[in-house]
Write a protein that binds this ligand. Structure first.
Ligand code: DGJ
Length: 787
């Protein structure tokens, strides 16, 4: 709800409140956090003691900007912290004396021009500021009450009669009146994306973000600030994100007076945008949330927000199909026969969608050529895409296809006919990455070409899914069509968004999955067009626990593509159990990415059972509310572990992942405290029936078998291919309060003493799943005084 009450401006969601008030020509931030009963005099910064050497701006009140929490800080007037806007006026001056003009409530949202934005906001507020030099700023806030999210952005307009050059225009400035926070960023690189890095703030600046032309696996735009004592389930935590897919900047500055300024927006490095009189510039939307339920509360707010207000179209809340992707099964080495053999086996296992990855076009038998030439390689696919698509459909599978539209190989027909379409700086040979160059999407004719090509491709065959890849960072940035090169990065992104809007908009029934060498562009901007993202090229079960845990900080399972791949894993060469790979991948959009024709009969029946189990609980896995019970980043008693839980909105169903990394031998298993259940209901807890490969026991087999066998010999392999051992069965009924307070007491872990149904055989990198259902009989109401 938005309330304007004299000088006071209130923005309130279900549990949070953002309060501000006029202070002379300034707009003071009074409080953002838990919803309260605001009172302006009580919340105002008290500054009666004088300012020492600090600068005082003339005004109704003698204010020093450095001591205040402000919505938009004047630039060059004594607030020595960095602000949202930096501008250069026609006379060369740079001072922006922002003066608050007033607040206005809008019925209609004001979407940013040329950029994606959240949809379905409840109310919008616009705070307007002007400068003496004729630059106007509007701060635009939109409320998403049930998600406890407020979005913010900036719109600049030249209201003067001379050009103004904008050098920095961030989306959001949040000033907080204290500085005792722990900042967590989500950083990494290819194959190890979004690892939480937490460190307490110290006086000074923490600056992070990306300069790669994409939101980047080096540092995601999502980050959080936690008050002392806050943890996964409790305490005050702020979450921040940005609806943008290009280079971005986040900056947390603690000034000399114990305050914290949080900035976020597009990367200002190399940016400049000259506004002619009357012209306007929109920035991307920044996303803010707050929770008293710790980092878990922040995640659940953001998950709801992504599901309800970022992802759109018919796939927004539709369960996503289980797919088989041929990439790690074949890489570039395939033909139609091989693909159809994979597909036939996939169908038998329960797969719904067959995705043909890279290598189906031009001369592309390696990554050295042909990007841009999306004509089918008829040696590999003699019947073309339509031929393959129809054959897959006849098998009962939907057909999905990989493309990488934003790139061009120097060895391609496209490049030979349009060398000027590749991004390069005059006089400098462009740097290659994966043998490819970036297409200049600042050029309208390149955008139109891609829209035409992609629409034609989609209409040429029964394609129901597109994996839209993007495999390099941007360098050598320059576009001859731009009069001002400082516009390059934003213009390029606007060009890409236009292409995405047109292509996805004209094929609403096609499911699009964004990808950028795995998770190099995992952001809210992409999710406005494509309902899911390939989380990482790293499919190792243990690495995935880390990557999915980190990613879940800001993004729900319903947008994370997660595949079961071969073991040893292709990225780490690490070995893990087939069941563990599934248990982890199930907490996202399940896929398989391995040669299913080479699975043993026993493995095939395991995979078929996995897929059947996933389909039975798909809605819960993809859309359930997530609780992180144990972090793979925090070693615990018993060794490395990871536990997640998803709970249905009505709390009648839940699934629990209980997984280990490197185990500690002969250690006890402490009770696992569950979360999110109804304390007053009884639940049945059942372990999922899983299988163990007898070869996992190695030579220990001889200790239990009546005869001695060569444990690496043919006999054991032949037996293992047909027969697997059952895991222990666990089944309990217990009340929600017991499960959440005392915790689930699982069976003891194998400790060198044998295999039986009382022992959980859990070697390194293994896992279990538990399924909970509420029993119809409600417990009696709690006694008075009992929580
Ligand atoms: C990078 C992606 O992340 C992979 O899944 C695969 O599609 C390759 N590109 C294909 O080149």
């Amino acid at each position: 709800m938005i309330r304007l009450d004299g000088d006071l401006i209130c923005l309130e969601t279900d549990h949070t409140g953002y309060y501000m008030a006029r202070r002379g020509a300034l707009l003071e931030t009074l409080h953002y956090g838990t919803k309260i009963q605001p009172d302006v005099p009580a919340l105002r910064e008290k500054t009666g003691a004088g300012y020492g050497t600090d600068v005082v701006v003339a005004g109704a009140e003698p204010d020093s900007l450095l001591h205040l929490c402000l919505e938009l800080t004047p630039d060059g007037r004594g607030d020595f912290r960095m602000g949202m806007v930096s501008a250069r006026f026609a006379d060369g001056s740079t001072v922006c004396d922002w003066a608050f003009c007033g607040a206005e409530q809008k019925e209609e949202p004001l979407p940013p021009a040329g950029l994606p934005a959240a949809w379905g906001g409840a109310e919008t507020l616009v705070n307007t500021f002007t400068t003496t030099k004729g630059l106007e700023a509007q701060l635009i806030y939109t409320l998403y009450p049930a998600c406890d999210v407020i979005t913010r952005r900036l719109r600049l307009r030249n209201t003067g009669d001379a050009p103004v050059t904008i050098l920095r225009c961030l989306s959001s400035q949040l000033d907080l009146p204290r500085r005792e926070y722990t900042l967590t960023t989500f950083t990494g690189a290819w194959a190890r994306e979004r690892r939480p890095q937490a460190a307490p703030l110290t006086e000074g600046v923490r600056e992070f973000g990306s300069r790669t032309g994409n939101s980047s696996h080096y540092c995601n735009p999502f980050f959080q600030l936690a008050e002392p004592g806050a943890g996964e389930d409790s305490g005050r935590v702020y979450g921040f994100n940005l609806i943008y897919s290009g280079s971005h900047l986040e900056r947390v500055e603690t000034g000399p007076y114990g305050k914290t300024r949080v900035l976020s927006g597009i990367q200002p490095e190399h940016f400049s945008w000259t506004l002619a009189p009357g012209e306007m510039l929109d920035t991307p939307e920044a996303v803010l949330t707050f929770s008293r339920q710790g980092t878990g509360g922040v995640s659940r707010n953001l998950h709801r927000f992504v599901q309800r207000h970022i992802v759109r179209g018919p796939w927004a809340d539709r369960p996503r199909p289980v797919l088989l992707n041929n990439w790690e099964a074949t890489y570039f080495d395939f033909n139609e026969g091989k693909l159809l053999r994979l597909a036939k086996e996939a169908k038998k296992l329960g797969i719904e969608l067959f995705v043909l990855d890279d290598g189906w076009f031009g001369k592309r038998d390696s990554d050295t050529c042909s990007l841009g030439d999306y004509t089918v390689n008829s040696k590999k696919l003699p019947g073309g895409l339509a031929g393959l698509g129809h054959k897959l459909n006849d098998l009962g599978l939907a057909f999905g296809l990989w493309v990488e539209p934003e790139m061009v190989s120097p060895d391609s027909e496209l490049y030979r006919s349009h060398p000027d379409w590749a991004v390069q700086t005059p006089g400098i040979s462009p740097a290659l990455s994966r043998h490819q160059l970036v297409l200049d999407l600042c050029r309208p004719e390149v955008q139109d070409y891609l829209i035409g090509q992609l629409n034609a491709l989609l209409d040429s065959a029964p394609i129901r899914y597109i994996k839209w890849d993007m495999n390099r960072h941007m360098t050598d940035c320059y576009s001859p069509v731009l009069a001002e090169q400082g516009r390059f990065s934003l213009c390029w992104m606007q060009g890409l968004y236009r292409v995405l809007e047109q292509v996805t908009g004209s094929h609403p029934e096609v499911l699009f999955e964004s990808c950028a060498s795995g998770g190099n562009r995992f952001d809210l901007g992409m999710l406005c067009y494509m309902p899911q993202i390939w989380t990482s090229d790293d499919t190792d079960a243990w690495e995935r626990m880390k990557i999915q845990s980190g990613t879940s900080g800001g993004y729900p399972q319903s947008v994370m593509g997660c595949h079961v791949a071969a073991s040893p894993n292709h990225q780490t060469l690490r070995t893990s159990q087939l069941e563990a790979r599934f248990d982890v991948a199930a907490f996202g959009i399940l896929g398989y990415e391995l040669d299913v024709t080479r699975l043993s009969p026993a493995e095939k029946s395991v995979v078929a059972a996995q897929i059947a189990f996933y389909k039975q609980h798909r809605k819960l896995f993809q859309f359930g509310q997530l609780y992180r019970l144990a972090s793979p980043f925090v070693p615990a008693a018993g060794g490395e572990s990871c536990a997640w839980m998803v709970v249905s909105d009505d709390k009648t169903e839940a699934l629990v992942l209980d997984a280990v990394g490197r185990i500690e031998p002969n250690s006890e298993t402490p009770p696992l405290r569950l979360a999110g259940l109804d304390p007053n209901r009884r639940y049945r807890v059942e372990s999922r029936a899983q299988k163990i490969d007898i070869r996992d026991f190695g030579t220990l087999l001889n200790a239990v078998l009546p005869v001695s066998v060569n444990t690496s010999g043919l006999l054991v392999h032949a037996a293992a291919d047909r027969y697997m051992l059952d895991t222990e069965k666990e089944s309990y009924t217990a009340a929600g309060d017991l499960l959440m307070e005392a915790g689930l007491r699982r069976k003891a872990r194998f400790a060198g003493t044998g295999y039986n149904e009382e022992v959980r055989v859990m070697p390194d990198y293994s896992a279990r799943l538990y399924y909970l259902t509420a029993l119809p009989d409600a417990l009696p109401a709690p006694e008075p005084g009992r929580p």
